[in-house]
Design a protein around this ligand. Structure first.
Ligand code: FAD
Length: 480
């Protein structure tokens, strides 16, 4: 029987897995994951990523074993690991999903050529995203830089087939399983800091792996999709799907999400709600489209004029921001949520990004790097899109002069302060009126709530009105 190595990457699932299905149809299957962080260029997995990866690989190996297979772990270099494994298993082909990551393009080409030199066939499958970024083009034949026309073209052009079932793996094991590394060899656990295990909050919040992803998807469809449009901007609620890390790691395919959400509509519920949610999945597609066509954007602004933007070097401000100590409760709550559970609500991501890049004038790349290290679902395409959107320099971006007011944003989206109270316990006893601006509260109110500004909670590190005026002045200098 021909033997296929299935090179697992960001596709840590069994269902709707084209490479695995193809391999199972051919004969013997040897699933392999290769730990090669130094092949990821400037974007090796951050701390939260590593935690998730470790858990997800464990789950995937257990699922493969339940189906009569298993996962072999190897350390990089990837090409060498694949050639060694092919030689010890007699494999004649290697199959994988394309990752749509410009920084890996060269590596993947090298691997493909290197395998060909050894006489090994390769098969690559799509599945990371729903569209082919080279096939969707503007009328003049180029890539899209604006979401709405992209979305219209996407809807007209992309036809969704049903997701693939889990392939039959029971009789696909090789005669003998080759040796592999163990997860401990990869040292993926995050470090303890000051005696505190950083992963505690992540462990309590998430169930990495395919089953956890599908359970979350189903729960979202049953409980929250109907209110998605209204609730998606309320950070205290569970109004969004929380699928981003699962989608990032490929524990559920975007096609499965798409088809299940549409299935819910056909069961008699509302089309508009589903479309609103699917348009967010389409933002993910758009992010990948832009990253594919503009591979420099993870570090360079898409709009040239921002290349010379006079950002400030403000290491104190940056540190206060990362630690959730800016003195603006909605910003600090978001940054603490991120640190605690490796995820932050989208509305708050926009607020904290605006604060960093506009109130503090710290380069968006610094924020993107911090998110990269702390988000379980840090995703080069979506993170780049989010940061360039917030700083005004990206595709279809929020103009730089639109500066979020952290007080009114807090009052609008967290009117009873539930989100702030959850993440900033030292402010929990402040009345609603002051929860988003504790510095304005009368002394007796602060005393009654046990808040001592400058001691239990910081004074604002900048005055928002002054910071706003400063940012607009800087913008003038860029536009002049
Ligand atoms: P839902 O609202 O349930 O949306 C479902 C899915 O659609 C998400 O899981 C995600 O895959 C996709 N999606 C939703 N909003 C967006 C968007 N604006 N852009 C692209 N895709 C979107 N998302 C990431 O997955 N990884 C990142 O590293 C990331 N960094 C961001 C940084 C900034 C500064 C900003 C403003 C946004 C960022 N986003 C990122 C996009 C968005 O905030 C998250 O995808 C979303 O908050 C995840 O929560 P959810 O799964 O509950 O989203």
């Amino acid at each position: 029987m021909p033997t296929t190595l299935v090179w697992l990457r960001n596709d840590l699932r069994l269902s709707d897995h084209a490479a695995l299905t193809h391999a199972a149809e051919r004969g013997c299957v040897v699933p392999v994951f290769i730990w090669a962080p130094d092949e990821e260029g400037d974007w090796p997995p951050g701390g939260a990523h590593r935690w998730w990866l470790q858990a997800s690989l464990q789950v995937l190996d257990a699922s493969l074993r339940e189906h009569g297979s298993r996962m072999i772990l190897r350390s990089g270099p990837s090409l060498k690991a694949l050639i060694d494994l092919a030689s010890s298993t007699g494999a004649d082909q290697v199959a994988w999903h394309t990752r749509v990551a410009p920084h890996l393009r060269e590596r993947d080409v090298e691997v493909r050529n290197g395998l060909a030199r050894e006489g090994l066939e390769t098969r690559q499958f799509a599945g990371r995203i729903l569209h082919d970024p080279d096939a969707i083009q503007t009328g003049s034949g180029g890539p899209y830089k604006v979401f709405t026309p992209f979305w219209k073209k996407f809807q007209a052009q992309v036809h969704m087939s049903d997701p693939l079932d889990i392939p039959e793996l029971a009789n696909t094991a090789p005669e003998t399983w080759p040796e592999g590394a163990t997860l401990d060899d990869f040292d993926l656990s995050p470090m303890e800091q000051d005696g505190v295990d950083w992963a505690d909050g992540m462990r309590e919040t998430w169930v990495p792996g395919e089953a956890g992803a599908l359970e979350r998807l189903d729960a979202f469809i049953e409980e929250s999709l109907i209110d998605y449009e209204a609730q998606r901007n309320v950070p205290a609620d569970h109004g969004t799907s929380w699928l981003s890390p699962h989608l990032h790691w490929g524990e559920v395919s975007p096609r499965t999400v798409w088809v299940r959400v549409n299935g819910w509509v056909q069961n008699g519920a509302m089309r508009d709600e589903a479309d609103k949610f699917l348009s967010e999945i389409a933002w993910r597609e758009f992010s990948y489209h832009v990253l594919h066509h503009f591979p420099a954007t993870p570090t360079a602004p898409l709009k040239d004029k921002y290349a010379a933007f006079p950002w400030r070097d403000d290491s104190d401000g940056l540190e206060a921001w990362t630690r959730g100590q800016t003195g603006y409760p909605i910003v600090d709550a978001g940054m603490r949520q991120l640190w605690a559970i490796g995820w932050m609500h989208n509305r708050v991501r926009m607020i904290v990004a605006s604060f960093l890049t506009k109130d503090l004038l710290v380069p968006w790349q610094e924020g993107a790097r911090w998110f990269w290290d702390t988000l379980c679902g840090a995703d080069l395409a979506n993170n780049t899109m989010g940061w360039q959107w917030a700083s005004g320099s990206g595709a279809d971006a929020q103009p730089f002069f639109r500066i979020f007011n952290p007080i009114s944003q807090g009052e609008k989206h967290d009117p009873d302060g539930a989100y702030v109270r959850r993440w900033i316990p030292e402010l929990a006893d402040l009345p609603n009126k002051w929860i988003h601006k504790p510095w304005a509260a009368p002394d007796n109110v602060l005393a009654e709530a046990g808040v001592e500004l400058g001691t239990t909670y910081p004074h604002p590190i900048v005055d928002h009105s002054e910071a706003r005026a400063r940012a607009l002045d800087v913008l003038k200098s860029v536009n002049s």
